[in-house]
Design a protein around this ligand. Structure first.
Ligand SMILES: Cc1ncc(C[n+]2csc(CCOP(=O)(O)OP(=O)(O)O)c2C)c(N)n1
Ligand SMILES: [Mg+2]
Length: 939
């Protein structure tokens, strides 16, 4: 039988498979945990058989439906009794909320339907008009068409604005559904038709345009959360919900009534970031979090799960992860059919039909559905025998049924102890007619034909005439009935009731006291005789910052399981690790000074080995100033190799969201992290960081440099006077122990902060006309340059000045900005880049050196006023001793000295035979001859 084979195709259909009851007592077996695994011998087969017979009798006497009810109630009871019976991972392919449990819809459905249609019209027309000749910037029509009811139930009844006493909700809108939000804002009177016509023309449109997707950076008063890079919305929403609980638990602000909503695509759920942090939401009991997954069964190219059922898959996945799952599969038209489906034939068909077929039904007709769906079981066909084809066509999907969606949202917001996911089944391109609905190409269709327009207009009941549409099919009119219209009044009243418009972004926040200057003293003093890596110097500084009065409690240290490596376990007992459930076990190290201490009020976000989650947590904390008006300063510390490289896209979104905070790339450099090798040796994170315009990168050499940089960064972010405070500072720190010098007197702080300052003049000695070179080094390479300075003076009678380049990246940015200014203002006096000015009054060739690849110092090449050579560590890293690795890459002290000698030869200032002598003398080709660098340091 056809439908039977279909049943067997689908693993998610436990209910009506023909299973022969086991009657022979001798073969009865049970399993004490997992009924699907290998069974073990039954100690009392007779008793077991009796129970089974009772069940058989029940089915016989009262039917399958009743037997099922009894079984489910037994399952529930077994859970209460904690019998350890495995849960049911999936339920039937029907709504989770039974019709009799649906709440009364409190509003006027007819009015809401009316203006929902206007929004749907205006959303599609916004995209269509953006395709007009000469513009053709594209957009998406079908996504919002599928999710309009989901959003509108939210906008009318659930999403609270920021004037609400709760402080408002946080809503992550599905990126390419943005036209729907603009269309709503248009009805609300927040934006005009001029703006709608500027969709996707942000610079060229007269009066400004609208960004393609939710981009807070581009529309800072409107969007809060960037979402369109699939997968980042879900994970960021999870950590936003965690951040809300964190703020509340730590007593910084009570936002316990705020709900986080994330609208996601079913295709998007295949991203690892979409599913990879679900356990955090369950473990933390984030009942303030609601995912709404728009299951239109399609992604960009075609079906999400043609052969299976995405809703069933997600149900079991989320339930397994500990979430509350609400399925909204069918509209109210199906209620009667399901009520009459006493034998379960219809449910069986629903269970057995794959998504690919469901998609096809909606691209066909009522007659097709009758013949290809209902007719597969005569009992199901019988149920619709009095239905016309039209009526069958009108059997809707749950996600388009306002009341079903309302019931789901209400249940979600009322559920406690767990996060909720709503799986809403919809049709992609819904209401747009047969050339859009359910078509594989629908995602990318940006224009409607004249016929489409007319049909859509009729379907949406828009009072626009054929003549108006025919006048210029590129520019069909938007529709707004006027402010006084009853429906518009109603819409505005709903938003007033809920605390103002959404989305809306605000950026006013509580003013805070910055740490006293003395807080930074710890790194100014240097480390005396003790050898301390810059990672440790940073950890010591952060310890003092955490204690800073009126400020320290706003710092959020974020660590993905590397605290001990970075010396940050020192904060465990005092700052404590955040855990919303506290610590309910006896800690193994409770007697130790640095005991692992978890607490509800804990300050440290220890996210586990989860850089994606850490970046999401960083983003939520670093935007708290805007989201909740309460600044938090996230300081996210990680292995530098696993930062930008691994989660670069998330940092990009963090930049879009205008996140403020510190990103610490610890154990940085390609030769500094001994013994770890190719996957760990970071030779390029500053280059990756440079590609993010919101990131200010520094590569400090010493603790005192760090102190100035952090102070300046905090001042920039929260001092209130910088024109661009929406930045993230990326600092690379190293794990190589070295004596940290005390801050020099007369330190050129301005230079240090702008990217370069003179660290040490060439040693004075006999003969003023000796050759001179300028060594430019950053981070851990600064001591190598100092070593080269000595070698050049002592062995070759060359004078070398050493500069600490704290930021190649910022020097480049300044250079580019100056060039651009000169380019566009040819009549003005020519400006000079900072680094050019700084180096102009020096003598000799310039040599840049770093523990990163050549491209890092090469960035400033156009702005260096003279011969410029660079030394860097390109290629794959490897594990070895520091001296050997540096010798291998030719970046150690002797290599720097030889390269400088060669530069002098090029300028005719040195005998050409000298470099070869120097290579020989230092055994430069021999990796075992390297001596630059110390041993030790955590890795
Ligand atoms: C990381 C990433 N990869 C690819 C895309 C391109 N893209 C935009 S929408 C889309 C399809 C989305 O399908 P789905 O999530 O099911 O949303 P729907 O439009 O069906 O609601 C794709 C692949 C993207 N935006 N982000
Ligand atoms: Mg989809």
């Amino acid at each position: 039988m056809r439908e039977r084979s279909a049943v067997h195709r689908d693993p998610t259909t436990p209910r009506f498979l023909e299973i022969e009851p086991t009657r022979k007592r001798s073969t009865v077996t049970v399993n004490d945990q997992d009924p699907y695994s290998v069974t073990k011998a039954d100690p009392d087969p007779e008793e077991t058989a009796e129970w089974q017979e009772s069940l058989d009798a029940l089915v016989e006497a009262q039917g399958r439906g009743r037997a099922r009810e009894i079984m489910l109630s037994l399952l529930k009871r077994s859970k209460e009794l904690q019998l350890g019976v495995p849960m049911v991972p999936t339920t039937d392919y029907i709504n989770t909320i039974a019709p009799e449990n649906e709440p009364q819809f409190p509003g006027n459905e007819e009015i809401e339907r009316r203006y929902r249609a206007w929004i749907r019209w205006n959303a599609a027309i916004t995209v269509h008009r953006a395709q007009r000749p000469g513009i053709a910037v594209g957009g998406h029509i079908s996504t919002y068409a599928s999710s309009a009811a989901l959003y509108e139930v939210g906008h009318n009844w659930f999403f609270r604005g920021q004037d609400s006493p709760t402080g408002g909700d946080q809503i992550f809108y599905q990126g390419h559904a943005s036209p729907g939000m603009y269309a709503r804002a248009f009805l609300e009177g927040r934006i005009g038709t001029d703006k709608l016509d500027g969709f996707r023309q942000e610079h060229s449109h007269d009066g400004g345009g609208l960004s393609s997707y939710p981009h807070p950076r581009l529309m800072p008063d409107f969007w809060q959360f960037p979402t369109v890079s699939m997968g980042l919305g879900p994970i960021n929403a999870i950590y936003q919900a965690q951040s809300n609980k964190y703020l509340t638990n730590r007593g910084i602000k009570d936002v316990s009534e705020s709900q986080v909503w994330a609208f996601l695509g079913d295709g998007e759920m295949d991203e690892v970031e979409s599913r990879g942090a679900l356990q955090l939401a369950a473990n933390d009991g984030l009942d303030n979090l609601n995912f709404v997954i728009n299951c239109n069964l399609q992604r960009l190219d075609g079906p999400v799960r043609g052969n299976g059922k995405i809703i069933q898959e997600l149900e079991s996945f989320f339930r397994g992860a500990g979430w509350n799952v609400i399925k909204v599969v069918w509209g109210r038209e199906w209620d009667d059919l399901l009520a009459r489906d006493t034998e379960g034939a219809l449910v069986n068909l629903m269970n057995a039909t794959p998504d690919g077929d469901y998609q096809t039904y909606k691209a066909e007709s009522g007659a097709f559905v009758r013949d290809n769906f209902f007719a597969r079981d005569p009992r199901a066909l019988e149920l619709v025998k009095d239905y016309s084809d039209e009526q069958i066509w009108n059997l809707k999907r749950g996600g388009h049924d306002y009341r079903k969606v309302y019931a789901a949202f209400k249940a979600a917001t009322e559920h406690t102890g767990q996060p909720t996911v709503i799986l809403a089944k919809t049709v992609k391109g819904y209401g747009l007619g047969p050339s859009f609905e359910g078509r594989n190409a629908t995602h990318q269709m940006k224009k409607l034909t004249l016929d489409n327009l007319k049909q859509f207009r009729d379907e949406m009941r828009i009072p626009i005439s054929d003549a108006q549409l025919e006048e210029n099919p590129y520019l069909p009119p938007y529709y707004h009935p006027g402010e006084d219209d009853e429906a518009i009044q109603y819409l505005r009243e709903r938003r007033r009731e809920l605390g103002g418009f959404v989305p809306e972004r605000r950026s006013k926040y509580t003013q805070i006291d910055l740490p006293e200057p003395t807080t930074y003293d710890i790194v100014k003093k240097g480390s005396g005789k003790q050898e301390v890596a810059t990672t440790m110097a940073f950890a010591r500084l952060l310890k003092d910052l955490l204690r800073a009065k009126g400020f320290g409690h706003r710092i959020v240290p974020i660590i993905p399981d590397e605290a001990r490596t970075f010396g940050m376990d020192a904060y465990f007992p005092s700052a404590k690790i955040y855990n919303p459930h506290g610590q309910h076990y006896t800690s193994v190290d409770r007697e130790l000074l640095l005991a692992y201490k978890e607490s509800v009020q804990g300050q440290i976000l220890h996210v586990g080995i989860n850089e994606a989650g850490a970046t999401a947590a960083f983003t939520a904390a670093g935007t708290s100033y805007s989201t909740h008006g309460e600044p938090l300063l996230p300081v996210y510390v990680f292995y530098s190799m696993f930062g930008f490289q691994r989660t670069g896209d998330a940092f990009w979104a963090a930049g879009d969201q205008m996140t403020r905070g510190f990103i610490i790339g610890a154990t940085a450099g390609r030769t500094t992290l001994t013994g770890e090798g190719l996957q760990h040796g970071d030779g390029h994170s500053p280059i990756l960081a440079q590609t993010n315009p919101a990131v200010v990168t520094y590569d400090p050499a010493y603790g005192y440099e760090l102190g100035h940089i952090m102070r300046d960064g905090i001042e920039r972010m929260y001092g209130g006077s910088h024109p661009d405070p929406n930045v993230m500072y990326y600092l690379t720190v190293y794990n190589e122990p070295m004596v940290q010098p005390a801050e020099p007197e007369q330190l050129d702080v301005d230079g240090l902060l702008r990217g370069i300052y003179k660290l040490k003049d060439a040693p004075t000695g006999e003969g003023d006309n000796r050759s001179r070179v300028q060594l430019l080094a950053s981070g851990v390479a600064v001591p190598w340059a100092l070593e080269a300075q000595e070698l050049l003076a002592n062995d070759w009678n060359v004078r070398a000045d050493v500069w600490s380049v704290t930021s190649w990246n910022e020097l480049r940015r300044d250079g580019l900005a100056v060039e651009q200014r000169n380019f566009l203002n040819p009549n003005d006096e020519r400006a000079v880049p900072y680094v050019t000015r700084k180096l102009s009054e020096t003598e000799g060739p310039f040599l840049g050196v770093t523990d990163f690849m050549h491209a890092v110092p090469d960035q400033i090449r156009p702005f260096v006023p003279g011969d410029f050579a660079t030394l860097g560590a390109d290629g794959f890293g490897f594990s070895d001793t520091r001296p050997a690795a540096r010798r291998y890459f030719k970046i150690d002290g002797p290599s720097i000295a030889v390269r400088a000698l060669e530069q002098l030869v090029q300028r005719g200032q040195m005998d050409p035979s000298v470099p070869a002598q120097a290579i020989e003398r230092y055994r430069l080709h021999d990796v075992t001859a390297g001596t630059t660098g110390s041993a030790g340091g955590e890795s």
